[in-house]
Every structure is written in structure tokens, then in C-alpha cells.
Ligand binder design. Structure first.
Ligand code: AMP
Length: 288
């Protein structure tokens, strides 16, 4: 595995790969790697000649009161995990290299970025779209892999890549969960044992919602009530939002049609967690 810690060296290496006509699969991350990240690497290994992973905790996507400073970082551990998953190139730039003095260019994907998490994290998706656009410019991937865990992010990046003719295919891969259903996240290490146990209500309420819809429920209000009622039973969990939205425009739906995103953001203690499911083809009720 090659470790590249500067933008200019990565750009040079990208040119070499292009010259050799190697396809590039790209997995952007903020590190503190886990199975969710590694599943994306495995997808890249399967489809592309070269798997490039970036590790960069992007300051401009964190709000002033968010956890940029305390976001978990452990490069040695990440290096080992990336190597064992088969990453070919690990790109690990510094903040100074990515945002030199006088940096001035930002990417805003309108409408989609103010829905769901965008409402409580203003500027977050502008930071995400900007860093991903920059990383795409440096790595020039054929395919970039994102997790459904952050479905809104994947949908926004897909829109950006299309709108700006970036020539990269965006693949959204399934959410990897702990055996009990909790979506794996680098932020799960912040949870106490009690919070970890209460946090399970996120995946369980989504499962319940999926069950209701698959059995014919088309009224989003009823499904939202079922989710809210389950979550309210857990003392350490405070809902930020629960939403049932279209997967293309992220707008809340009046009636549950062929494909919806059911997304939750909640504080478990002081930790903000997100989870979601996409329910497809709920058009006909499934008999019990
Ligand atoms: P992050 O390091 O949190 O910015 O995540 C980097 C990439 O890994 C993003 O595309 C995430 O959606 C994806 N990811 C994070 N957690 C999971 C998970 N549990 N399952 C699948 N993908 C994930």
C-alpha cells in the first residue's frame, strides 16, 4: 500500500495511473476506520483496478460547536486496517495542503443541502460537497463509493457530479450494522453503555416503520408517529428529526409511494447519530 501525504504527489500518482489506463475506485473517509468504510474498499477492489482511500477530517464541514477537535483520529490503526482491506493508495493530506492561505472556492448543491441534516447543520453539506469536489479533482476516480448510512450525502454528491459533469460514477453501498442492528459509526465510541443500548431504538424504529409500510401503510404521519413513540421511550435519546422523503428530491412525502427514504437524526446523550432505510416498491401490501 502506497501512502501519499501531499496533494501534489497524489496528483502526480493519479496521472501515472491514468497513463497506465488503470481504473480508479475511490473511497473518501474521515478515518477512524470501521467495517462500514472497509465494505466500500471491498466494493472498489471488486470493480476497479486501483482502490484509493482518502483520510481527511474536513474542518469546513463541522459547525463551530461541533466535534472537529475531538473527532477520533488514529492514523497508525487506520493504516493497518486499510492495508489489510487491500487499499492500494492511502491519501492522507493535511488541512494546510487542502485549504492553503487564501482558499476561496466552495460548492453549493442547492435545495438538497438544506433538507434533513442540512436544516440543523447549516453549511455542513457545502463543506462536504467542496471537499469531495476537490478530492475528485486530485484522485480523478472512475467510480466513487459512498455509504447509505449517510444517504443524504451520497444523494448530494451524485447530484454534484452530474451537474458539474465530473465524469465519475457515484455508487451508494448498503449500511453496515453491528449484529444487534446499530449502524456502525466512528462516533459510536462516544456512547456510554446505557446510551449504546438506548441507541438501538434508531434501527429498531426504522425496522418497525419498514414493516408497517411493507404491510400496506401509506400514510407517512402514522409511520412517523410509530417511530416517534418508540424513540420517546428512551430517556437518553432526543430526536433532531424524523423524516419520510423522496429519494431524489429529499422532500417530505404526503403519501408513501414507490421509493422513500426514512431518515432519523437524534442525540443520544451528547452524541448526534443518524440512521435511515430506503423502502422500495411498497406499492402492494405483503400478506402476513
Ligand atoms: P466518514 O468517515 O464517516 O465520513 O464516512 C466515510 C464513508 O463511509 C461515507 O461514504 C459513509 O457513508 C461511509 N460509511 C460510514 N459508516 C458506514 C456504515 N455503517 N456502513 C456503510 N458505509 C458507511
Amino acid at each position: 500500500m502506497k501512502i501519499v501525504d501531499s496533494v501534489s504527489r497524489m496528483s502526480t500518482f493519479t496521472r501515472l495511473l491514468k497513463k497506465e489506463a488503470k481504473t480508479i475506485g475511490f473511497v473518501p473517509t474521515m478515518g477512524y476506520l470501521h467495517e462500514g468504510h472497509l465494505s466500500l474498499v471491498r466494493a472498489a477492489k471488486k470493480h476497479d483496478d486501483t482502490a484509493v482511500m482518502s483520510i481527511f477530517v474536513n474542518p469546513i464541514q463541522f459547525g463551530p460547536k461541533e466535534d472537529f477537535d475531538k473527532y477520533p483520529r488514529d492514523f497508525k490503526r487506520d493504516e493497518e486496517l486499510a492495508r489489510s482491506a487491500g487499499v492500494d493508495v492511502l491519501f492522507y493530506p493535511s488541512v494546510k495542503d487542502m485549504y492553503p492561505h487564501g482558499y476561496a472556492t466552495y460548492v453549493a448543491v442547492e435545495a438538497l443541502s438544506s433538507a434533513l441534516c442540512g436544516a440543523s447543520r447549516p453549511g455542513h453539506f457545502k463543506g462536504v460537497a467542496t471537499v469531495v469536489a476537490k478530492l475528485f479533482g486530485i484522485v480523478r476516480p472512475d467510480i466513487a463509493y459512498f455509504g447509505q448510512k449517510d444517504a443524504q450525502q451520497a444523494i448530494i454528491i451524485k447530484k454534484m457530479a452530474e451537474d458539474l459533469h465530473m465524469g465519475v460514477e457515484i455508487k451508494m453501498m448498503p449500511t453496515i450494522r453491528e449484529p444487534d442492528g446499530l449502524a456502525i459509526s466512528s462516533r459510536n465510541i462516544y456512547l456510554t453503555d446505557d446510551e449504546r443500548s438506548d441507541a438501538l431504538v434508531l434501527s429498531r424504529s426504522l425496522e418497525r416503520a419498514g414493516h408497517l409500510i411493507k404491510h400496506g401503510e401509506k400514510n407517512p404521519k402514522k409511520v412517523l408517529t410509530a417511530i416517534n413513540d418508540m424513540i420517546k421511550e428512551k430517556p437518553s435519546v432526543k430526536i433532531d428529526y424524523v423524516s419520510i422523503a423522496g429519494t431524489k428530491d429529499l422532500k417530505e412525502v404526503d403519501t408513501i409511494g414507490s421509493e422513500v427514504l426514512i431518515a432519523i437524526a437524534a442525540y443520544v446523550g451528547r452524541t448526534r447519530l443518524i440512521d435511515n432505510i430506503i423502502i422500495k416498491a411498497a406499492l402492494s401490501a405483503i400478506p402476513k
